[in-house]
Write a protein that binds this ligand. Structure first.
Ligand code: DNO
Length: 398
């Protein structure tokens, strides 16, 4: 697998030199400054490529775009979308013209990944991202005061949510809001409670069927262009894989993935296999999902979560948690071998260590939540060890 690393651009406190020291050769990045819906110009793409290639001794390449964001209006299916589809297609063509041909994106309404705690203490002093079911329910039922929210959480969780809210300070509530908003990448807008209510209101009347129809419409608009210019589109699953705040989520299970891949059955319509996102779903067997859709996996995010009975989960060590990482890496290596034997020039699957704990000298550095240097270096090193051992023992290409 191609070992890659997410780099948020020149503002990222984790540098390209550090990424190289961690052993990655591929860069996963995006032009976060460009507002959603605007074209990524060839000039802007070249500028980023120039930064990545600035020191040729690093031997880095821009492997994957994460993300080329889908405008909210496309998700909602609101109004005349032809300009937004044109812009998306033009960005795809510009990326392809510059040699960047794998695009990760998601179709999660309003929010991207969602956690309630960004610095849950670990034994010995590190920290991890965490999702507490009762805190999320407190946010939904007591802070957002969403109509019907209580019915979306188990009664026992609602009781603990109300208790949390009753004893919480204004500062704790503000922190919970900030934590829930932290998943929105880069410089994108964060919502306060009134703005979030408005954002949710735009989804009134949009259930799973409607959202899925809007995704299929988007795919029908962009996949022919992807085919033309050699782009592989890789949808990122929902994180966590469940409906949140009454919003539908449609990329949460194997069945969801099957539906979207079947709706537009082109190899260009593929998947980002995110083991952490899928792994937070109680019914998801991640290695089995990977095996089922192996031929359509264009990118892999490797990390692990430990689930709890109430729906809470904790970001675990990359080789810890509930997902059998060795089995998953084995599926990916076998898929690579199949592609290579079939003569596919792009047989190597780009993977990155997704998230990492804040460890050692990571503490206190203003990194993006989940993206400290040492925690990810550890994850990448562990996964590299698994890859290398499996490839050697089974005589598979690395
Ligand atoms: C979180 C990431 C996601 C991902 C987007 C892709 O760390 O995995 O934010 O980049 O959902 O569109």
């Amino acid at each position: 697998m191609e070992q890659t690393w997410r780099w948020f651009g020149p503002q990222d406190v984790v540098t390209l030199a550090q990424l190289r020291q961690a052993g990655a050769t591929g860069v996963v990045t995006a032009l976060h400054d460009i507002p959603y819906g605007e074209v990524w110009s060839v000039e802007a793409i070249r500028e980023r490529l120039g930064l990545i290639a600035a020191d040729a001794s690093f031997g880095l390449r821009w492997s994957v775009v994460e993300s080329l964001p889908v405008h909210e209006r496309i998700k909602i299916g609101e109004g005349d979308l032809s300009g937004l589809f044109d812009a998306y297609r033009q960005s795809m063509r510009n990326l392809a013209a510059c040699g960047v041909t794998t695009i990760c994106y998601n179709f999660m309404p309003v929010l991207d990944w969602t956690r309630t705690e960004l610095a849950h203490p670990l034994p010995g002093g590190g920290t991890a991202l965490r999702f507490n079911a009762h805190e999320f329910a407190a946010f939904d039922c007591c802070m957002l005061e969403r109509a019907g929210a209580e019915a979306d959480h188990p009664p026992e969780v609602v009781a603990r949510a109300r208790a949390w809210f009753a004893r919480s300070t204004p500062a704790q509530r503000a922190r919970l809001l900030a934590n829930i908003m932290a998943g929105l990448p880069g410089a994108y807008e964060r919502y306060d409670i009134p703005a979030l209510r408005l954002a949710l209101a735009r989804y009134r009347g949009i259930g799973r069927a409607e959202l899925r129809a809007n995704l299929v419409r988007f795919l029908r608009e962009v996949i022919p262009t992807a085919e033309e210019c050699g782009i592989r589109m890789a949808i990122h699953p929902d994180d966590p894989p469940r409906g949140l705040m009454g919003l539908p989520r449609i990329v949460s299970t194997g069945e969801d993935i099957a539906a979207l891949l079947d709706a537009v059955p082109s190899p260009a319509n593929g998947l980002t296999l995110c083991s952490g996102s899928l792994g937070a779903g109680p019914g998801n067997d991640v290695p089995a999902i990977a095996a089922r859709f192996a031929g359509r996996i264009h990118f892999a995010h490797l990390r692990n979560v430990a689930k709890e009975p109430d729906g809470s989960f904790m970001e675990a060590d990359h080789l810890g948690g509930d997902t059998d990482m060795v089995a998953l890496v084995s599926v990916l290596l076998h898929e690579q071998a199949r592609r290579k034997a079939g003569g596919d020039a792009h047989w190597r699957i780009p993977m990155r260590p997704d998230h990492g704990h804040v460890l050692l000298d990571d503490a206190g550095k203003p990194t993006h939540p989940g993206y400290p240097a040492i925690g990810r270096l550890r994850g990448l090193a562990e996964i590299r060890g698994v890859m290398t051992a499996l490839a050697k023992v089974n005589n598979l290409p690395l």
